[in-house]
Design a protein around this ligand. Structure first.
Ligand code: 9MR
Length: 553
């Protein structure tokens, strides 16, 4: 055969093969940004100006894979106004230029923060500090206000401490919490279109700190302060577990009318890296991406860098690292595949179900709620463990009682004085379900029984710390046979405890009795229907008591 005919035959064979062999999966190819854009989200990275200016591979991946960028350090106060009135924008401009060339949107980070702010700001008196803050915001935001690449700003960053109290930073100590509203107003004055965000860490799941953030955002918006976005940093670590109820948390903020976004995602591990840790890390990345995908108001996900070659983690947490989606030599890791496949809509190639979870054990059983914990499953099929479904064993069709991304759950909305037989199945990223765990049996308590108004109320302490706690949810259930158009719940606080905030109910306090009445939007309850509200309490340091004696009318 002449070589040209051989070539023709081979070409034809190639075309035939390309036609017959389906692409391994749509998600096996295409950069992250293509898939994210297809889902109406951004996928971003923090950029460091050093490698951006002198490493081709860094620039190439940053430009090809991401459609959003955040300056890791170049827009912070110490970079943009190192001494009073002396503005330097070389690093910030380099990032905005790169983004413009690569058709990427820029999130400005960050205007008002307690860290990386020069000493001259920290020493000012209140009047001078407020005007320095307003001037800084006006200059920095103003510089990019008409630049179409720069679409959003972290106006204030990390205003809470780890317990969800206001951080006693120099800002707070000098200006009180008023600096927060002032900062947002100054940013709005400098750019009437930019999306203005408040950003923090350890607020990804539902906990005391995220609840404090929720209450702050809600109250600022009620006062007309232009907060239109909440950033959830997402600095996670596999050794501390995946945060609880991330999707629900994003959704409760979205329900306040704000945009939400994951702003600084990374998932560190104790070094050295190994395949098991990589798989767990990939699951964390996938879960975060899936939570954002599931919430319409979630604009996207920014990863805090992309290569393990450049990450803040090793410097800050000795012995930990490997937190990103490319290794030090720019090879994609399982976490890259997880982000990729989640954005692309899951992989269809995994048909291996996760292992069967262990027998659930029940705790904190009340009249209408129960906690369950079980030993975790593992998944080897490639798509990773996505979570668990909890079912009630009931015969032909077993109803789904709840879903969890971790190996525990609090079931709510249960009937009082009723025996439940429940089991758990694990789910992977491709939707494969494991076998059924062994069944656990528990019986709900009689509780207060139907109150005078034909309703019950039970409260769960969701998180507590030495001098406070969050009661969430308080579940109000109409146990009568006719609809209710309003409800009143009372509960007794231990001596010395005081309410510091509440949501989804109007609270009044007399002595130690808290009376909670429905809001306009959650008073109507059909028979068997329920609603929830929550409140936060401070208590004397070291006191471990919690409220009791819920009644409903
Ligand atoms: O990644 C940033 C690192 O290079 C800086 O040295 C550090 C200084 O505090 O800030 C890091 O980024 C932080 C971000 O600006 C705000 N949230 C936490 C991030 C990690 O510390």
């Amino acid at each position: 055969m002449r070589s040209s005919s051989l070539l023709r035959v081979l070409t034809l064979l190639g075309m035939l093969l390309a036609f017959l062999v389906p692409a391994t999966s749509a998600e096996a190819s295409g950069p992250l940004r293509t898939h994210a854009a297809g889902r109406g989200k951004f996928i971003g990275t923090a950029l460091a100006t050093g490698p951006l200016s002198n490493e081709t591979q860094y620039r190439t991946i940053a430009g090809q894979e991401f459609n959003q960028v955040t300056a890791e350090n170049a827009m912070k106060w110490e970079s943009t106004e190192p001494s009073q009135g002396q503005f330097t924008f070389s690093g910030a401009d380099a990032i905005v230029d790169f983004a413009t060339q690569n058709n990427q949107q820029v999130h400005g980070h960050t205007l008002v923060w307690h860290s990386q702010t020069p000493g001259w700001v920290q020493g000012l008196n209140a009047t001078a500090m407020r005007s320095a803050m307003q001037n800084h915001i006006s200059q920095v935001v103003g510089r990019y206000a008409s630049n179409p690449a720069v679409v959003s700003w972290d106006v204030v960053n990390e205003v809470f401490d780890d317990n969800g109290n206001m951080r006693t930073s120099f800002w707070y100590n000098t200006l009180g919490s008023s600096y927060i509203a002032d900062a947002f107003r100054a940013a709005r004055a400098a750019d009437s279109n930019a999306r203005l965000c408040i950003n923090d860490y350890n607020v990804e799941g539902i906990n005391a700190k995220s609840t404090a953030m929720y209450n702050l955002v809600s109250s600022l918006r009620q006062q007309g302060v232009p907060v239109d976005c909440v950033g959830f940093q997402g600095h996670l670590a596999i050794q501390y577990g995946f945060p609880g109820q991330v999707q629900q948390n994003l959704q409760r903020f979205a329900d306040l009318g704000v945009q939400v976004r994951i702003t600084e995602l990374d998932v560190r591990m104790q070094m050295p890296r190994d395949a098991t840790k990589d798989t767990t890390q990939a699951t964390y990345y996938r879960n975060v991406v899936n939570a954002c995908l599931a919430v319409t108001a979630c604009a996207g996900i920014t990863i805090w860098g992309f290569t393990d070659r450049y990450s803040w983690v090793g410097d800050t947490f000795p012995g930990e690292g490997a937190a990103l989606i490319y290794n030090e030599s720019y090879q994609q890791k399982p976490s890259y595949t997880a982000v990729h496949d989640a954005l692309a809509g899951g992989t269809s190639t995994d048909t291996t179900p996760p292992t069967t979870p262990g027998t659930p054990s029940a705790r904190n059983v009340t009249a209408n709620s129960a906690g369950l914990t079980w030993s975790a499953s593992t998944d080897s099929g490639g798509s990773g463990l996505a979570g668990y479904n909890v079912y009630r064993e009931q015969g032909a069709t077993d109803p789904l009682l709840g879903q969890s991304s971790t190996n525990s759950i609090t079931l709510t909305g249960l009937s009082a004085a009723t025996q439940y037989q429940v089991y758990v199945r694990a789910r992977d990223g491709a939707g494969n379900l494991s076998g059924n765990s062994p069944v656990a049996t528990f019986t709900t308590t009689t509780g207060g029984g139907p109150g005078p108004g034909g309703c019950t109320a039970t409260g769960t302490v969701q998180t507590q710390w030495s001098n406070g706690y969050v009661v969430q949810p308080v579940t109000v259930t109409n146990t009568g046979t006719s609809a209710k158009s309003g409800w009143t719940v009372t509960v007794t606080l231990p001596a010395g405890h005081t309410v510091t905030g509440s949501w989804n109910a109007a609270l009044s306090v007399s002595g130690q009795t808290v009376t909670a009445r429905n809001m306009g939007y959650n008073g109507n309850l059909a028979p068997n229907a329920g609603t929830t509200f929550g409140f936060q309490v401070s208590r004397p340091n070291g006191d471990t008591q919690t409220p009791s004696g819920y009644t409903c009318a």
